[in-house]
Ligand binder design. Structure first.
Ligand SMILES: NC(=O)c1ccc[n+]([C@@H]2O[C@H](COP(=O)([O-])OP(=O)(O)OC[C@H]3O[C@@H](n4cnc5c(N)ncnc54)[C@H](O)[C@@H]3O)[C@@H](O)[C@H]2O)c1
Length: 324
């Protein structure tokens, strides 16, 4: 299949990730079929997509008529066959459950065109596992998006053992076409690329908090205002080159023996979870939260976060498109 031939995208699962992924393809001009198991879920997803398109308009990413144009290209359905039978590119964003994904992939292959590409947004499963009942495994590829997917630019395109080079190339080009910043990951390793880096940092951060080196607020403020500030513009390897690799070598030699290297999750993290302190959803995590907020207030808080992210997206990625 050629990239120009791709017109219709299916998104399977309209939850946190699915509705944002659907929005990204709608904004890229594609027809999108959004599938979930209940009518009420796809209706909520549709409302969220409209609300988020409105946010993109308010932040000058799209003109008002583009909201209606995008919505007119969206079809929601609870019939899997209808969702995938005419599709060119299928994105699975169903729950992280192996048996569920295996069955879904098998059903999808039986309904969809023989040349359609089938992708999974899995965070932790392999294509070998998910696609075990799929006959043509060359067209399977992982496209791993980050939350909120309609805003965060990077998508990891992970080549499985059996994925063809052509499948990787088409997924990569398609994501580029909808203004994402895809990255090719050459083989399936646990956590792919980004989650490995993120967990390496989290291990040290949880440990520093546990040792009482600084308060939760100060740790967050320090990271945001230092390498966090830099990282939005330049990556860690360029940072090292700019600082001087001789210096980085010295610092590695001096500090690595002191950095946390345990393969056990942090004791504090385990304790908080065992006490039911699972973060904002329970009212307590590393911070205390006021649990008296309504769903409306929570939605407003998410919208505030998204507005801030959109400002950054504009400055760092979409600056040409949003110039007046
Ligand atoms: N939430 C994140 O931050 C994040 C980030 C990257 C990747 N992922 C991955 O994306 C996938 C979806 O995660 P989510 O957070 O959107 O989950 P979610 O629970 O918000 O959404 C999953 C949706 O799938 C629907 N569903 C249930 N059974 C289905 C089926 N048989 N076919 C199709 N849809 C079905 C559910 O009704 C639900 O609406 C998972 O594989 C997850 O690991 C999540």
């Amino acid at each position: 299949m050629k990239i120009e031939e791709i017109k219709t995208i299916s998104v399977l699962g309209a939850g946190i990730m699915g509705h944002g992924i659907a929005q990204s393809f709608l904004m890229g001009g594609f027809f999108v079929k959004l599938f979930d198991i209940q009518e009420a879920i796809v209706e909520t997803a549709k409302a969220h997509i409209r609300r988020n398109l409105e946010l993109f308009h308010q932040s000058n990413f799209i003109k008002r008529p583009e909201i209606e144009s995008a919505m007119s290209r969206l079809v929601t359905t609870v019939e899997l066959r209808q969702a995938v039978e005419e599709s060119d590119f299928i994105v699975e964003a169903a729950p992280e459950n192996l048996e569920l994904k295996q069955t879904l992939f098998q059903q999808v292959e039986s309904f969809c065109r023989t040349d359609a590409i089938i992708t999974s947004n899995t965070s932790s499963l392999t294509l070998k596992e998910i696609g075990v009942r799929v006959k043509n495994k060359e067209r399977l590829v992982i496209t791993h998006w980050f939350n909120p997917p309609h805003i965060v630019p990077t998508v990891e395109v992970v080549k499985g053992d059996t994925t063809s080079d052509e499948t990787v190339e088409i997924a990569y080009q398609l994501l580029t076409k909808i203004k994402k910043a895809p990255v090719k990951i050459n083989w399936e390793l646990p956590g792919f690329l980004i989650n490995r880096i993120q967990i390496a940092m989290a291990r040290e951060v949880f440990d520093l908090y546990e040792k009482g080196v600084a308060s939760a607020a100060d740790i967050d403020r320090a990271v945001k205002g230092s390498f966090g500030f830099r990282l939005a513009s330049i990556g860690p390897l360029l940072t090292a080159d700019l600082g001087g690799l001789d210096l980085w070598l010295k610092v590695c030699e001096n500090l690595l023996p002191h950095i946390q290297s345990s393969i056990e999750p942090s004791k504090t993290l385990k304790r908080l979870v065992s006490q039911g302190h699972t973060g904002i959803k329970s009212g307590k995590g590393f911070y205390d939260y006021n649990l008296d907020f309504s769903q409306k207030e929570l939605d407003e808080a998410v919208q505030r976060r998204d507005r801030e992210f959109l400002d950054r997206l504009k400055t760092l990625y979409w600056y040409e498109d949003t110039k007046e």
